[in-house]
Design a protein around this ligand. Structure first.
Ligand code: ADP
Length: 428
């Protein structure tokens, strides 16, 4: 197991910062659409973090006290126990798709990704080349023998990473170089039962480093429909840095290899003020200062490809329902060539703020999400930018925007993804 002292759960838990924040004066937050004071929308929400603040402060929105509601920020439990029996009426929305685990459980994502690749390969489709955004991955124990065969084909010092299939916050993750280390793990299962289901993945051992540290990026993706596929990406997000400087000399140190905030927080010398988080804006500006604008734009196109095609892997599997939408937290790692790799997709990205800036960011993402869901009926319907969200794919068609002019004075079409470009005052 990677070395770390203690993990404090932060995802989805109510934290004191949020309670304090709630008593602050209203945020300097510009509404995307004009207010409509005659509207009345009833919501249900069991969480008591940023999402509750956003819902409670929204004009015309009230907590549902009875059975009647328009918007339900539901738990996973409600989705599995009550969703199928619930008789929806037309103006009702819930924040998950019934079987989102096809995308958000690590083992399902890998299975669906590989299935898609197999189909494209069989059909000799040109799309096949677009599916190289996940490292070689195997689900254990079911693919153990295939993994062993593949393992032998890699150079001796290749590093692999083992992750529990339904884990979060870096819990239970470890790195290894020799097969005997997972054989030991199989025997060592603490309950004495069969080894827990894990995924094993080729470790991205040459990550892009900033200040000698590894980081990954959290990107917010809102899916309003899987069939036809319609998805939006928010311009804001953040990068999370590991606690310690990167090296492959020691694969046991979680503070070096894992970028989860929950892990960094357990370091004895953890200092929340030391800045283990960067905004996406700062990250993109940093890239622009290190690479050409064109290279950064290529990286953004690769990210768009990663998002769209990961969603396509499950497009036909997700139970489509017009009452459902979902805000996913994509975790992406950049290697030293700036290639983005998909690590995982979170169904319930943390809405608990770690600082005031983080609170404001999450507040905006959630408010803009409600603007897109549009229970108030304020949208015209053909917008491709709403608040900080840009529409990436609309009814299965990639949305493009015109950039330019370039040095030759031509306007170049590019994918409608403007990561890091959110500026409150400039948003139309
Ligand atoms: P969890 O759900 O427990 O957070 P992740 O898959 O997000 O699991 O992995 C946790 C961390 O481990 C990531 O934030 C990243 O820093 C590191 N990590 C995961 N997979 C890889 C990989 N294939 N290569 C390099 N680092 C990885």
């Amino acid at each position: 197991m990677l070395r770390r002292e203690r993990v404090t759960p932060v995802e989805n838990s109510d934290q004191s910062l949020n309670r304090r924040e709630r008593s602050l004066p209203p945020l300097p937050f510009r509404n995307t659409f004009r207010e409509n004071s005659s509207i009345r929308i009833l919501f249900k929400c069991v969480l008591s973090n940023t999402i509750l603040d956003v819902l409670s402060r929204r004009t015309g929105w009230e907590v549902a006290t009875g059975e009647e509601w328009n918007f339900h920020w539901a738990t996973r439990e409600w989705m599995s126990t009550s969703f199928d029996r619930y008789k929806f009426t037309s103006r009702q929305f819930v924040n998950h798709f019934r079987n989102d685990f096809e995308l958000t459980r690590k083992d399902n994502l890998i299975k669906n990704f590989k299935k898609m690749k197999r189909t494209l390969e069989k059909n000799k489709s040109k799309e096949f080349a677009k599916y190289s955004f996940m490292p070689a991955s195997y689900v254990l124990p079911s693919e153990y023998h295939i993994f062993v065969e593949e393992f032998k084909k890699y150079p001796d010092n290749t590093i692999w990473i083992m992750k529990p299939v339904a884990g979060a916050q870096g819990r239970g993750i470890f790195l290894f170089r020799r097969l005997k280390h997972i054989q030991e793990w199989k025997k060592k299962d603490v309950t004495g039962c069969d080894a827990q289901p894990y995924v094993v993945q080729a470790y991205i051992s040459r990550p892009y480093l900033i200040g000698g540290k590894k980081f990954d990026a959290r990107i917010y993706v809102l899916v309003t429909s899987f069939r036809p596929l319609t998805a939006w990406v928010h311009r804001e997000g953040f990068a999370r840095f590991s606690h310690s400087r990167y090296t492959t000399d020691c694969v046991e140190d979680a503070f070096v290899h894992l970028t989860n905030v929950a892990i960094a927080k357990t370091a004895p010398d953890y200092d929340p003020e030391k800045g283990l988080k960067w905004s996406l804006n700062r990250l993109i500006r940093f890239y622009e200062s290190s690479f050409s604008k064109q290279r950064v734009q290529e990286m953004i196109s690769d990210l768009a490809n990663l998002i769209v095609n990961s969603l396509k892997c499950v497009e036909s599997l997700i139970i489509q329902d017009s009452h459902c939408f979902e805000l996913y937290g994509y975790d992406v790692l950049f290697d030293e060539d700036l290639k983005p790799w998909l690590l995982e997709v979170n169904a319930s990205p943390s809405l608990t703020a770690s600082s005031q800036d983080d609170y404001r960011l999450k507040y905006r993402v959630l408010s803009h999400m409600l603007d897109i869901i549009d229970l108030e009926g304020k949208r015209e319907g053909n917008e491709i930018h709403v608040g900080g969200f840009d529409q990436l794919i609309n009814k299965g068609v990639i949305v493009e925007r015109t950039r330019g002019p370039d040095p030759h004075n031509c306007f170049i079409p590019s994918v409608n993804l403007r990561l890091g470009e959110y500026h409150e005052s400039k948003i139309k």
